[in-house]
Design a protein around this ligand. Structure first.
Ligand code: F6P
Length: 319
């Protein structure tokens, strides 16, 4: 292993820069050369590749987004595009690759590994939708952004006695809604893993109103969909005025929290260590406080877990 490549791919996540910084600096510290690949797999197959040194990653640990930029590359899924990517890695003398991204990015990394090229996945996605790791880079920052937004909405919701339906990201995974909902004291949390009952949502709103509650926050994950239909159903069923807020990409940016910077640095370090040890086809993660690594194949399995106990606690606390 003489030269490693690093790319960030898929939806960006705050803290990705800290992971890039760790990969570059640990690799250089251990005597390796590093190539940065811009715009994920798209940049790889276009040969958008450059040498990185210690100062390439100076002054980025606190910045959201990714200095390497990111993309979702459909061409890389096709055989021809994939082969182009593989050829580029050879052409630029790259011996191992670190891929920071979510499940789609991991699938590309796994395919490279199946073709004999050493790859290591670093979990970078705000969704926290990779089952093998307790946390992914960017999730902690995103939930803090959502909790701050809930605080603002609570103010205006109280002034007007309205219910605010707040949509957060998470296509298949309700972790952002669940964690931010618990931390933000949402009345109802609607996640894709659990079928919701609109009458139950309304019952809670009425109960709250009857005991003089002024604010009402209903947090809904993107994967549940239809925030405007939920809002209309509430108005029709109980006559409470509602507003819808879709937080959207606001939760993908911003200054990464200390937690995200720390896990990103630890993941980046372990990714380089694994490549030096001659390993490939692995994904790093965190279990409790331990940095772990699992086969990429396992890391790309669909995620059907959610924290049932946390969900029940949020339900209990929002009676
Ligand atoms: O995968 C992360 C994610 O933030 C999802 O929750 C969301 O659906 C998606 O990215 C949106 O991505 P983009 O608009 O960048 O394609």
């Amino acid at each position: 292993m003489k030269r490693i490549g690093i790319l960030t791919s898929g939806g960006d996540a705050p803290g990705m820069n800290a992971a890039v910084r760790a990969v570059v600096r640990v690799a250089i510290f251990k005597g390796l050369k590093v190539s940065g690949i811009r715009r994920g797999y798209q940049g790889l197959l276009e040969g958008d590749i450059f040498d990185m040194d210690v100062s390439s990653v100076g002054d980025i640990i606190h910045r959201g987004g990714t200095i390497l930029q990111s993309a979702r590359c459909l061409e890389f899924i096709e055989d021809e595009g994939f082969q182009k990517g593989l050829d580029m890695l050879k052409m630029f003398n790259i011996d191992g690759l670190v891929v920071c991204g979510g499940d789609g990015s991991y699938k590309g990394a796994y395919r490279l590994w199946q073709h004999g090229f050493p790859t290591i996945g670093v979990p970078g996605t705000i969704d926290n939708d990779l089952a093998y790791t307790d946390y992914t880079i960017g999730f902690d920052t995103a939930i803090n952004t959502v909790v701050n937004a809930i605080g603002n909405l609570r103010d205006t919701s109280s002034s007007h006695g309205r219910a605010n339906i707040v949509e957060v990201m998470g296509r298949h995974c309700g972790d952002i809604a669940l964690h931010a909902g618990l931390a933000g004291g949402a009345e109802s949390i609607l996640i894709p893993e659990i079928k919701f009952d609109i009458d139950e949502v309304c019952r809670k709103l009425i109960q709250g109103r009857n005991r003089g509650k002024l604010h009402n926050i209903i947090l809904l994950a993107e994967g549940v969909g239809k925030p405007y239909e939920v809002s209309q159903a509430i108005e029709e069923k109980i006559g409470m005025e509602t507003r819808v807020s879709i937080i959207g990409h606001l939760q993908r940016g911003g200054i990464p929290t200390a937690f995200d910077r720390i896990i990103a640095s630890r993941f980046g370090n372990r990714a380089v260590e694994l490549l030096i040890e001659g390993q490939g086809g692995r994904a790093v993660g965190i279990n409790g406080d331990d940095i772990i690594d699992v086969p990429l194949e396992e890391a790309t399995k669909p995620n059907d877990r959610y924290n049932k106990k946390m969900y029940e606690l949020a339900q209990m606390l929002s009676i």
